[in-house]
Design a protein. Structure first.
Length: 202
């Protein structure tokens, strides 16, 4: 794999989903546009979305933001108090909660998980209580140093104690160790879900 991974990185997991590439738009690597397009096609009766690791709505925009504009009920979990406060002030119409405690979640049609490390654990726990129509989970960055060193992915599931640990690289930037997409696919498959597409990190 090349060490130069574009932010436009996109893979349709089945040729039937290739049309989604043109729908990518907005944060993070086009996921806002993907959510908007997919939910318009499937049109679920339950208009509830949950975002775990929601950010502040500014530096870390709300991935489900377009659903808010379409009248969906959005429940946002955010551990950081300052980010949570900013998010609540920007979106008075959403339910802003504290940290996700790896417990049951309400029924929802869209679930987004982005907690920079234990995403696969949060995913496995959440799916025990709710299997949404659409699931977006952050995986290890395909531009991360482990992958761009010539490895396509990790050989084995990442041990839980390693998840979230930073991998230092030059210029003060870093990548955090996260589960590869293949591991997330296995968890999802156990709940009858199939992969649709992948971006650089989701």
């Amino acid at each position: 794999m090349s060490a130069c991974i574009s932010n436009d990185y996109f893979i349709a997991c089945d040729p039937a989903f290739a049309w989604l590439e043109s729908k990518r738009d907005g944060w993070q690597f086009g996921e806002q546009g993907l959510i908007d397009a997919i939910t318009k096609v499937i049109s679920p009766a339950l208009k509830v979305a949950i975002e775990i690791g929601a950010g502040d709505g500014v530096e870390l925009p709300l991935t489900c933001q377009r659903l808010v504009g379409r009248g969906w009920k959005v429940i946002a979990y955010e551990e950081d108090e300052e980010k949570r406060s900013k998010l609540a002030s920007l979106f008075s119409e959403i339910d802003v909660c504290g940290a996700y405690t790896f417990s049951r979640i309400p029924d929802c049609s869209v679930l987004v998980i982005d907690i920079d490390g234990a995403d696969c654990i949060a995913m496995a726990t959440a799916l025990e209580s709710c299997v949404p129509n659409l699931l977006i989970v952050e995986h290890y960055d395909v531009a991360g140093p482990y992958v761009t060193a010539g490895r396509h992915s990790f050989d084995e599931p990442v041990p839980e104690w390693l998840l979230g640990m930073p991998l230092g690289i030059p210029q003060g930037k870093y990548f955090k160790i996260q589960a590869p997409s293949e591991h997330l696919d296995e968890i999802a498959a156990a709940h009858g879900m199939v992969p649709v597409c992948r971006t650089r990190v989701n």
